[in-house]
Design a protein around this ligand. Structure first.
Ligand code: GZL
Ligand code: ZN
Length: 325
């Protein structure tokens, strides 16, 4: 049968319509965007700001509808946020728990509502491990070990000297504060010349870090040889206090810190901070991928640890242009 040009064109058009309407309808049936409820600790540090940006950017790139709540570092605000996510019947809940304990009840409510929970950044202490699907975050004990290892090496330059250490702890009861303290102490225990003479929380903020360092300096003055800060923000606050006391941070007082934020690299380039142990906040892309897998019912590992390095002042200038947070 001789097909005229018109019929060929007509059929092609008809086919075209059929395909695109199929595509249209299949788009209608395509999974509706995944809805994630995320409860963030707060906005207490450069690290946290970068962590929030990573999560929001990844959600946008991934087409995930993100309901984001900032808890201003208060656990009751996180519990409220998680309850509201449950009421809104989100597909998945993710959060960075400000402290380790006190989550069993609200996580049982999420489980009863059949909403999977993903932990990011910090861990929780719960009896029933099935209350969360997976925990994506750093090994804070190892970070403490890395800080301690660097200091043990540094101490070899002055083998006979006692090194009196003051410690600025992170938020009381938080996994990073508990674990970074434990890892550091385990590491320096091998050298009796290294002594922690004062230890107090600076709540991971610059302001509190400066305030507590002022108190340390008033109490111990020139006896202080080392500051070990659980994050760069407290170290940067403490550096201001050290300078205001007429001492030179980085030389009169060795400064050891954790996170690896840009502010720490700038302080190292200025000779005021000696080493920062990296703790990556860039968890967003991994979180979105894992959330999709969880909602799709795929098996995911219970623990996903982020890869991180150690950056002494000697490499700061070279490394600085590569830093993403
Ligand atoms: C660590 C994170 C800590 C950072 C701080 O993963 O929980 O909280 O080290 C932040 O800077 O405030
Ligand atoms: Zn880390």
């Amino acid at each position: 049968m001789k097909l005229t040009r018109r019929t060929v064109l007509g059929r092609a058009l008809a086919l075209g319509f059929a395909v695109c309407s199929m595509a249209g309808s299949s788009a209608a049936f395509a999974a509706k965007p995944l809805v994630m409820g995320f409860s963030q600790v707060g906005a207490e540090s450069e690290w946290r700001t970068a962590n929030t940006a990573s999560i929001k950017d990844a959600a946008k790139k991934d087409g995930v509808t993100l309901k984001f709540a900032d808890a201003q570092q208060k656990q009751e605000n996180q519990v409220k946020a998680i309850r509201s996510f449950i009421a809104q019947k989100v597909d998945v809940i993710a959060f960075s728990p400000v402290v380790e304990s006190g989550w069993d009840t609200v996580l049982q409510e999420a489980k009863a509502a059949k909403i999977p929970v993903i932990l990011t950044d910090r861990a929780v202490n719960v009896t029933d491990k099935s209350l969360y699907v997976t925990f994506i975050g750093s090994d804070f004990v190892e970070e403490g070990h890395r800080a301690g290892r660097w200091l043990l090496e540094r101490a070899k330059k002055t083998p006979d000297a006692t090194l009196n250490i003051v410690e600025l702890q992170g938020t009381v009861g938080s996994a990073p504060a508990i674990d970074r303290k434990a890892g550091f102490e385990q590491e320096i225990a091998s050298n009796p010349k290294l002594k922690i003479i004062r230890s107090q929380t600076g709540d991971f903020t610059r302001a509190k870090g400066k305030e507590v360092m002022e108190a340390f300096l008033k109490a111990e003055g020139k006896k202080i040889n080392v500051l070990y800060a659980h994050n760069d923000d407290m170290a940067i606050g403490a550096i201001q206090a050290i300078e205001e006391a007429g001492l030179k941070p980085g030389t009169d007082i060795i400064v050891v810190s954790i996170d690896g934020v840009k502010g720490a690299f700038e302080a190292m380039i200025a000779g005021k901070l000696n080493v920062t142990v990296e703790c990556s906040p860039l968890l967003g892309p991994q979180l979105m991928q894992i959330a999709r897998d969880v909602v799709a019912g795929k098996p995911v590992p219970k623990r996903i640890t982020t890869e991180e390095g150690v950056f002494p002042a000697e490499v700061a200038a070279k490394e600085f242009p590569n830093r993403k947070y």
